[in-house]
Design a protein around this ligand. Structure first.
Ligand SMILES: [Zn+2]
Length: 159
């Protein structure tokens, strides 16, 4: 057995070393393999691929490894994220409120416009009536003030 061995440690059980020939490893095709050793004792055999995101996994904190500084930093990040969430929620609420307001205004406007149009039509009809009376020579046409007042009343919506 002079052939050099791979010797790559298992990513979770570093006492477990690959006993395959050196240079054998091919991801997803030729996994590392060797006796599984946990806490110094053999517990069967293991075959494993190297973690695909090794960098990520070594960067990741665990409850055992995290320092209080790193924990503070994580809490800061959490607070910042929560704040951002809150601001987004507020903006969303405002946008909803604005939309609701615009929707109400948009639905109210046609009704208001229609009402104003009806009132304008009625005023024009009354003015036409007064014009007809003037043309017919109604007795109050002798008085210009009286005539003007009747026309104004017709336009202002009074009977
Ligand atoms: Zn190996």
């Amino acid at each position: 057995m002079t052939e050099p061995r791979c010797g790559t440690p298992h990513h979770r059980y570093p006492d477990t070393l690959c006993t395959e020939p050196a240079g054998h490893y091919q991801p997803d095709r030729d996994p590392h393999a060797g006796p599984l050793i946990i806490d110094g004792r053999q517990a069967g055999a293991a075959a494993w691929d190297e973690p695909k995101e090794q960098q990520h996994m070594t960067d990741r904190h665990t409850a055992d490894s995290i320092t209080s500084d790193a924990l503070d930093q994580l809490y800061d990040q959490l607070a910042t994220a929560e704040q951002a969430c809150e601001q987004l929620q507020q903006r969303l609420d405002h946008a909803k409120e604005d939309l609701r307001h615009r929707t109400e205004t948009a639905t109210a406007a046609p009704g208001a416009d229609a009402l104003r149009a009806d009132q304008a039509e009625a005023a024009i009809a009354r003015a036409h009536h007064v014009a007809n009376l003037i043309a017919a020579g109604a007795p109050w046409t002798a008085n210009l003030d009286d005539t003007a007042n009747r026309l104004r009343e017709a336009l202002d919506g009074q009977p």
